[in-house]
Design a protein around this ligand. Structure first.
Ligand code: 3H9
Length: 667
């Protein structure tokens, strides 16, 4: 006997049906089976005149069970269950108590009425999983809210909040008090009335060819290689021009075919990897310190971004700078971030003002004594950072966590011999820190598990994806970047041009290629790091980028890097000067396709990833992929270099240098 996942309570002729399948009431096979049986029973029950359908806990229904998508679909299928509800002679009222996502929203669309709690939110996020809604979403939603809005909601996976869903005609009413009580009352009222026209039978106007063509262009550009949004649009269009049945048939066929695609497998993989990252098994049962008040030392680009991220998550922040002027500049940066958030509709002015009030600026570090944790984000210079740590240990209580935000310095040496080794840790935020989701968490030699667990909890609170990395040069992300750049330079030595390599990576799905990225960030940063290492006697090989820096080509900031730039235009233009500078060092190119170039560079990234795994710097391949996707623009629908390479069974590179010529299967 299966555990009951669909329960029923009768209230004066109204059945309250509750989906109770923790953690998110997903509609897996057992739940669907029980739901179908329940629909049939209620249809036959003469004592029941109406049905209220809700979800147990905070979620209405989180959608189909995504973990089933790696197996062939098993009956009963969700579209059939929803059609059975829609065809019922008794009114079904969806009482939406929380998130109604994917199949959850489609289930609600099949009901005759929808009542929402304040906390309800509706979305069809399937395209983010590389699929399209597969249980009528592309057909019923447009018939309720119109094609323009439905296209936006479905192809972007955009969420609709409770208030909006009432305004646009998705919901019939909002509960003012107790959702279930009000839904049961409502069901009593409408039980004897004629059923409304179901969503499937409502008329739908065709907005015309111009609408469809413009939408397709916009959607394809934004999707950067994920086929799902355009496929969803096509199903919406068919349903509009050829009718509900034809639309449903196309939707189901497309859903099933995309469900088995490489893109969908990659996006599912990331979905589960992201959730696993927040709750690493090594920290299960470990308690973390409670955090309310966090100090940030340094109000530069990084420090102000971190302060803004903390304040946006409801934390109180002390922002410390060395002088009044520097503090003023830092606070102005924080204020600028909140103003930009208002402009982009991410928060309203009242919320932005609240966030700003939570950030207090101080000259000097004394206020850090009141904090629960301090994050040092001063200039990336060993001496300056060490001096800050020495000051902080004199001010902070011994149990207060002190983190360094560094990208390239060895954090263990920064805190060497300081008292209270268990509370030190490195947090590598990515710029802009209030936007970028990735946080590399680097435990140091003495870090306690409580310190580590607290940083993971902080990341969750900030809405970031935390990845634990061992301490090595560049941690996970920048170490792979270094290898990638060396690999790309090796291709230049083989005679390819920067524009050919960048185009190949853009064709693969990156927003920018490796040379365009360097131009944007500035070639001088890595150059200075190499020069510093050389000054310490390290044998750091000369990079082609060094030649450009010595010729004054630092990137976009000097309007010359790997490319030339016009005065007010960041469009990279191929540079005759770069070709001249590199000519003595480069060979005659052998013809290579974009796919061949990208495949080689991804294989190099995966090879470095494998070394990182073998050395125990990363805990699993998923973490490496999360770093590349969330910190370095690796296209989500490709899953990351480790996923991509494993799926294609690419043989290991076995390279000593960066210039290895390996033949690997094409992308
Ligand atoms: C779909 O519906 C297709 C249909 O159109 C057609 C069908 C024919 N399945 O996120 P959390 C797990 S496609 C399986 O931390 P929260 C998750 O892995 C689906 N498992 O919770 C985690 O497991 P663990 C469209 C799922 O409270 C646990 O639940 N729907 C699913 O922060 C808790 O998850 C979506 O894309 C699932 N559908 O957020 C919605 N969802 O504990 C995806 C979650 O082992 N889900 N899990 O790590 C979400 O957005 C969030 O989970 C939700 C709750 C907002 C619901």
């Amino acid at each position: 006997m299966n555990t009951p996942l669909i329960t029923r309570q009768d209230h004066n002729g109204v059945a309250l049906v509750t989906i109770d399948n923790p953690p998110v009431n997903a509609l897996g096979q057992t739940a669907r089976q029980q739901l179908c049986a329940m629909i049939a029973r209620l249809d036959q029950d003469d004592n029941i005149r109406a049905v209220v359908l809700t979800g147990q806990g905070k979620v209405f229904v989180g959608g189909a069970d995504i973990s089933e998508f790696d197996r062939p679909p098993e009956a009963p299928h969700l579209p059939d269950a929803i059609s059975a509800i829609e065809a019922s002679r008794k009114p079904w009222v969806a009482a939406i108590n929380g998130a109604a996502l994917g199949g959850g929203a489609e289930l609600a669309l099949g009901c005759h009425y929808r009542i929402l709690a304040n906390s309800a939110r509706i979305a069809l996020p399937e395209t983010k999983l590389g699929i399209i809604p597969g249980a009528g979403g592309t057909q019923r939603l447009p018939r309720l809210i119109g094609n323009a809005l439905a296209t936006d909601v479905i192809t972007n996976g955009r969420e609709i909040a409770a208030a909006e869903s009432l305004d646009i005609g998705f919901a019939d009413r909002a509960a003012a008090g107790d959702l279930i009580e009000e839904a049961l009352d409502f069901a009593q009222q409408i039980a004897s009335k004629p059923l409304p026209v179901p969503a499937a039978e409502r008329p739908l106007a065709d907005p015309g060819a111009h609408f469809w063509n413009t939408a397709l262009k916009r959607i394809t550009k934004a999707a950067r290689g994920n086929p799902a949004p355009a496929a969803a649009l096509s199903a919406i269009r068919t349903g509009t021009t050829s009718g509900f049945a034809a639309g449903m048939a196309q939707e189901r066929e497309t859903f099933l075919s995309l469900r088995g695609s490489e893109e969908a497998a990659a996006l599912r993989y990331l979905f589960f990897a992201e959730r696993a990252a927040l709750r690493p098994s090594s920290l299960r049962g470990e308690t973390s310190s409670s955090l309310r008040h966090i100090g940030v030392v340094g109000g530069g680009t990084m420090g102000s971004g971190i302060a803004a991220a903390l304040a946006s998550a409801g934390l109180h922040v002390e922002l410390a700078e060395t002088s009044r002027d520097a503090l003023q500049a830092g606070m102005a940066r924080v204020e600028g971030i909140f103003a930009a958030q208002v402009k982009r509709g991410l928060c309203d002015e009242v919320e932005a003002a609240d966030r700003l009030v939570r950030v207090r600026g101080r000259v000097g570090c004394q206020a850090m004594a009141r904090c629960d944790m301090v994050i040092e984000a001063v200039f990336e210079d060993r001496g300056i950072k060490r001096a800050v740590f020495e000051e902080l240990v004199g001010i902070c209580s011994p149990d207060m966590i002190i983190a360094t935000n560094t990208s390239y310095l060895d954090p263990d040496t920064l805190v060497r011999d300081l008292p209270g080794q268990d509370r030190f840790i490195a947090l590598h935020f990515f710029s802009p820190a209030h936007v970028m989701k990735l946080l590399e968490i680097v435990p140091l030699k003495g870090s306690s598990t409580r310190t580590l667990a607290t940083c993971f909890a902080l990341a969750g609170r900030l809405g970031k994806i935390p990845v634990q990395a061992g301490n090595c040069e560049g941690f996970i992300g920048n170490r792979i970047v270094k290898r990638l750049r060396a690999g790309a330079e090796a291709m230049l030595r083989d005679g390819l041009g920067p524009e050919q390599i960048d185009r190949a990576m853009r064709d693969y799905g990156f927003g920018m290629g490796p040379f365009e990225t360097q131009d944007m960030a500035g070639l001088d940063i890595a150059f200075r790091a190499r020069e510093a290492a050389r000054a310490c006697g390290e044998n750091v090989p000369e990079m082609l980028g060094d030649i450009l820096v010595r010729a004054g080509r630092l990137g976009q900031k000097t309007r010359a890097g790997w490319y030339d730039y016009a005065d007010d235009d960041r469009t990279p233009q191929p540079s005759a000067e770069v070709a001249r500078l590199l000519k003595p060092l480069t060979g005659v190119p052998r013809p290579q396709s974009s796919a061949e170039i990208a495949t080689r560079l991804i294989a190099i990234m995966a090879d470095e990833g494998q070394k990182i795994l073998d050395e125990g710097i990363a805990r699993n391949p998923e973490d490496i992929d999360l770093v590349k996707v969330h910190g370095y623009g690796f296209p989500r629908h490709k899953g990351g270099p480790m996923f991509h390479t494993a799926r294609r069974a690419v043989p290991p590179l076995h390279v000593d240098g960066e210039a290895a010529h390996v033949i690997v299967p094409e992308v």
